[in-house]
Design a binder for this molecule. Structure first.
Ligand code: 0RA
Length: 652
């Protein structure tokens, strides 16, 4: 409080506004960037990149470079016009300083002088400034180079000229503040890479590069990738489908302004049974869908149905065809730009603007209508696939109802293999899904039976990416998971939604051997959760156990190690003054090699274990990864596994 008073006496009225604005961001950062964990940390980068994307969408910028520096500071550079540096007459300050220090400055300027967003979304780069210990902005503009630096949002000096230049552009470097981001300051390359890849698909033509100066390669260069798509959403759909077999030679694609709403969409049918529809509003992933998705579905169903009726393709079809049947094996991306988006839903990722429904409906109708007329052979393929889906749906419903009936019974309906815990409060209870009966046996002995349940699974579980829905509900291991976990399919509102009202555990832990087979099984189980129990992942209930790889032992002393670096360090520590060969290294080839006590100490005991929580950072990335990992082609899978082998985990 006293600090604030002191500042008031030193600053003009304008400045006080500024300080209070950014102070508010520092006081309640989560209100502006969502959270102060890993997500919020990465959000800072997206916020800055968004400004460059806007400049590119305005037609003035082609290249955006993101660099992660040693120490986790970030530079975002673009070749746009450069943030204006002249004095804004209304405020009596440099436009650059205003952009950097005034909350939502984008909205505060009159439209002629300052068209840039801070986005159709977003909170503006001033928030990034407020949440960074230090920011340096460099602007190339009008033949000169300008700069200004900031400490926790406050300018360290007035905008100054530091040289001449023959280019234009903006370069922002920021260091996130450890006082704000108390959990971690560590940027994840893969997280930034998948967002930049996504942005490249969503904004065709723009080149986005990522360089990680923390990762030096053998040839001395840094880990780096450039994302660039000329095909846009068409290529996005192909990317999502990975190695799935496509039905159509090319995705169906449309781009245009419908009822004043810019709509871009692409879709393709493949030989899988799942529906992968992704949607974006102003480049933001709308996980929960909304009016644009409703419009997409409506347009798809109506257009296909009209065509089929007109061509007499449904003459001999007795069963009813539902909307779902039109979307089996469908991969789609819908991207709209909305001036004043209303976001609704639990995670504020559901578009509410009703006018958008018609726009997307019309766009799909046009693109698909033309396509069907011009490609009668493909049209028949699609309609036949829909009819097949309707047939299979009847079988799937029966199988689903069986699962449901069983899981609703509870108590005696629990699988015989389940070693349940005695507590019945789901919040306190954990279930371990364990590969194989022998490891299951050890886990049963080693667990705390008060709150830890064990469900052994038999070998490799069914690959749900390749199986028809009814097969999935008929599979014993999958049925056991449904009944043991206590979830069923179908709620009063939605007959395909996951019903969590009888959920029996709030921690569902996948525990497999720490080897390639084990990680394959983990992936199979994660794929199953992702496709059929996604709500559990979204709620944060799904975890992956991490059993150790080694035990390093000398006499009575021993340490567990999870990787080679730890192992080598442990050997040195235990060796002490003694000889190397006095230290014994045991490599655990599987959970089965540990005894009950060891398993408890390393993997089960909440006080000492490490659990990885499965999260869905990007549903699009997940779809791609799962289709690739579980699909038919071997080469991309091998490459992925080799690339990720050192992490020995798959992020879901
Ligand atoms: C407003 C006006 C002009 C450029 C920008 C904003 C701009 C902002 C950012 C943020 C990151 N990169 C950016 N590039 C440009 C230019 C107005 C003009 O030159 O007439």
């Amino acid at each position: 409080m006293s600090e604030e008073l002191e500042q008031k006496s030193n600053y003009s009225a304008d400045n006080i506004q500024v300080l209070e604005g950014l102070e508010a961001v520092r006081k309640r950062p989560s209100m502006y960037i969502g959270d102060t964990g890993v997500k919020g940390l990465h959000h800072l980068v997206y916020e800055v990149v968004d400004n460059s994307i806007d400049e590119a969408l305005a037609g003035y910028c082609t290249d955006i470079f993101v660099t992660i520096h040693e120490g986790n500071s970030i530079t975002v550079e673009d070749n746009g016009r450069g943030i204006p540096t002249g004095i804004n007459t209304k405020e009596g300050k440099s436009a650059l300083e205003i952009v950097m220090t005034v909350l939502h400055a984008g909205g505060k300027f009159d439209k002629d002088t300052y068209k840039v967003s801070g986005g159709l979304h977003g909170v503006g780069v001033s928030c990034v400034n407020a949440l960074s210990t230090h920011v340096k902005t460099v602007v190339h503009r009008e033949g000169k180079i300008f700069t200004q630096e900031y400490e926790r949002g406050k300018p360290m000096f007035d905008v100054k000229e530091i040289g001449v230049s023959d280019r234009t552009g903006t370069i922002q470097t920021f260091q996130p503040d450890a006082e704000i981001f108390t959990q971690t300051l560590e940027y994840k390359y893969d997280t930034l890479a998948s967002r930049l890849r996504e942005l490249a698909f969503l904004n065709k033509g723009i080149k986005l590069s990522l360089t990680d100066e923390r990762e030096q390669l053998a040839d001395g260069s840094f880990l780096s990738e450039t994302f660039h798509s000329e095909g846009g959403l068409k290529e996005f759909v192909a990317f999502l489908d990975g190695t799935r077999t496509s039905f159509l030679a090319e995705p169906i694609y449309i781009e245009g302004i419908k009822n004043g709403v810019p709509v871009e969409l692409a879709f393709q049918y493949n030989d899988s049974y799942s529906e992968n529809v992704h949607s974006y509003v102003n480049n933001i992933n709308t996980h929960e869908g909304g009016t644009h998705i409703a419009g997409f579905r409506r347009g798809l169903t109506r257009t296909l149905k009209n065509y089929a009726d007109k061509e007499g393709l449904l003459k001999n079809v007795k069963m009813e065809i539902t909307g779902d049947d039109f979307r089996e094996g469908l991969t789609a991306v819908v991207s709209v730009k909305v001036a004043e988006p209303q976001f609704e839903g639990q995670t504020k990722t559901k578009l509410g603007n009703s006018e958008v429904m018609g726009s997307v409906d019309v766009a799909v109708g046009e693109a698909l209508g033309n396509y069907l007329e011009e490609n009668p052979k493909e049209a028949k393929l699609i309609i036949n696939k829909v009819i097949l889906a309707a047939t299979a749906r009847a079988a799937a419903r029966k199988a689903r109802e069986m699962v449901q009936r069983k899981s609703v019974m509870g108590g005696s309906g629990l699988p015989g293999k389940l070693a349940d815990c005695s507590d019945s409060d789901p919040e306190k209870c954990e279930i371990f899904l364990v590969e194989g009966d022998s490891a299951g046996g050890t886990a049963k002995q080693g667990r705390d039976r008060n709150y830890q349940a064990i469900l052994p699974l038999k070998g490799k579980i069914l690959n749900v990416e390749k199986a028809m829905e009814h097969k999935i509900y008929e599979n014993d291991e999958i049925k056991n998971m449904f009944t043991a976990i206590g979830v069923s399919i179908g709620t009063p509102e939605d007959d395909k939604a996951l019903n969590l009202t009888k959920l029996r555990y709030h921690k569902i832990v996948i525990m497999t051997d720490a080897d390639i087979d084990g990680s394959h099984i983990t992936t199979l189980i994660l794929t199953f959760f992702y496709r059929y129990m996604r709500a559990l992942i979204e709620a944060g209930y799904v975890y992956i156990a991490s059993p150790p790889l080694y035990q390093v032992k000398k006499g009575k002393d021993f340490e567990y190690c999870w990787n080679d670096v730890q192992r080598d360090a442990a050997v040195q520590r235990l060796k002490g003054a003694g000889k190397e060969d006095s230290v014994h290294i045991q490599r655990y080839k599987g959970l089965g090699e540990m005894n009950a006590e060891q398993l408890w100490d390393t993997t089960l005991n909440p006080a000492t274990r490490t659990l990885m929580q499965a999260t869905i950072e990007s549903a699009a990335e997940c779809d791609h990864t799962f289709s690739m990992l579980m699909g038919d082609e071997v080469a991309p899978r091998r490459e992925f596994i080799e690339r990720n082998a050192k992490y020995a985990k798959i992020d879901a």
